[in-house]
Design a binder for this molecule. Sequence first.
Ligand code: FES
Length: 157
Amino acid sequence: MTFKFTEENLARIDKARKKYPTALAAVMDTVYIAQEQNGYISTEVMEEIANVLGIDKVNVLSVVTFYTMYHTKPMGKYHVQVCTNVSCMLRGAYELWDRVKNKLGIDNMQVTADGKFSLEEVECMGACGYAPMISVNEDYYENLTKEKVEEILESLI
Ligand code: FES
């Protein structure tokens, strides 16, 4: 399926592009806008990003596959990311990970049957001082306990 940016998003990309000395430097902003519009970054979306910025497709692919905030397949309405890197791990991240997995009934990179939740184990999300933490879409939840995680998930079900 062909992907085209909306006129509004093309204007946003143009504005983002002007913040940087090169088109390549605007790739993260552009991928972010694409994901907002499409929900995930398919091959067709990557091709259109490369086309709009006038850069090579491999540059888009390398960014999309490096950062955990970008998805190459449809994820749930609520995408839950659990950090299990060192600071979070030392403060109980794997207990949170098990709690979330059991509560949602899915494993890493899976989506619930109703499409409401998806789950991803991630590396450091830059909130080590508030470990352990999870994110739901773009919201961070920090200094968590198993009980707090339970409350967060219950509020979304
Ligand atoms: S180790 Fe979890 S946010 Fe840094």
